[in-house]
Design a protein around this ligand. Structure first.
Ligand code: 8IG
Length: 263
């Protein structure tokens, strides 16, 4: 396992902030949603921190920022390492483990996803209530039988619903990628109970939960999944995200200050 303690010490040295309260991982299109928050110091390149690699996906940043949301010290990752980039689950889990070592008690995992449930359309923001991990992987190694019954925090979803009561819940299918699914796979995952599908979140969520953090998953539906709409195209994903950024921003600006460590 990578050394999260060493990485957290490097985060403290690079940001000048000894400990943080909450981490947020910004998925496709989500970076601009936090651009209004006050930033302490400059952007820290992820690749400069022990154990990290620079993310390669278009639409993702490659840095870490220390932000202030009211009294809450937010550690923001402007990009993430996906399983499909390296097939290295330990690398995928390193950011949330570093956040935990840096003091974070909660993590907000944002993402873009494809809609499987009939009622989910591009532009919808959903709260992840549970997942189906299709990767065949776990970030945990050894006889570590972690209970995932309450993997995604109901308490944190309630805070989101207090801000916007209309936010739907969704079960996230975590696909391995980097290809999108076939239409037959999407039909199969629908019968498995999935409402949305994406290529991130699930491995990070497991690692974060095992590290003792509360987990909130928020996903922007940017396309209908394969066979349910048109063809899939990453440029369209980025367009939908850009068109939705003000609603994503409004949610995060109200949410992050309420994720105080005391609660
Ligand atoms: I954005 O339809 C986005 N990410 N696996 N399938 C998968 N990942 C995605 C999709 C999708 N849309």
């Amino acid at each position: 396992m990578r050394d999260a303690r060493a990485a957290a010490d490097a985060v403290a040295a690079a940001t000048g902030v000894a400990s943080h309260d909450v981490a947020i991982v910004l998925g496709s299109g989500w970076v601009d949603a936090v651009s209004d928050l006050d930033q302490v110091g400059g952007d820290v390149p992820l690749a400069s921190l022990p154990g990290f690699a620079a993310p390669t996906a278009v639409g993702h940043g490659a840095s870490l920022r220390s932000l202030r949301a009211g009294d809450v010290k937010v550690l923001a990752f402007t990009g993430r390492s996906h399983f499909y980039e390296s097939r290295d689950v330990d690398l995928v889990a390193h950011a949330v483990r570093t956040a935990a070592a840096a003091g974070c008690r909660a993590v907000v995992l944002t993402s873009a996803s494809g809609g499987i449930a009939d009622e989910l359309a591009p532009g919808d923001i959903v709260l992840i209530s549970d997942h189906v991990n299709l990767t065949g992987e776990s970030p945990l190694v050894g006889a570590n039988f972690v209970d995932l019954t309450d993997l995604y925090s109901a308490r944190l979803r309630e805070i989101c619903r207090d801000i916007d009561p209309a936010l739907p819940s969704a079960v996230y299918a975590g696909y391995w990628g980097p290809n999108y699914e076939t239409p037959a796979e999407i039909r199969a995952y629908k019968t498995l109970g999935a409402d949305i599908v994406g290529m991130s979140t699930v491995l990070e969520a497991i690692a974060a939960h095992a590290a003792g953090m509360e987990v909130l998953g928020i996903s922007l539906v940017t396309n209908r999944a394969a066979g349910l709409g048109g063809r899939l195209d990453h440029a369209e994903v980025l367009e939908t995200a850009a068109a939705s950024v003000e609603r994503m921003r409004a949610l995060l600006i109200q949410l992050l200050p309420r994720l105080s460590p005391a609660t």
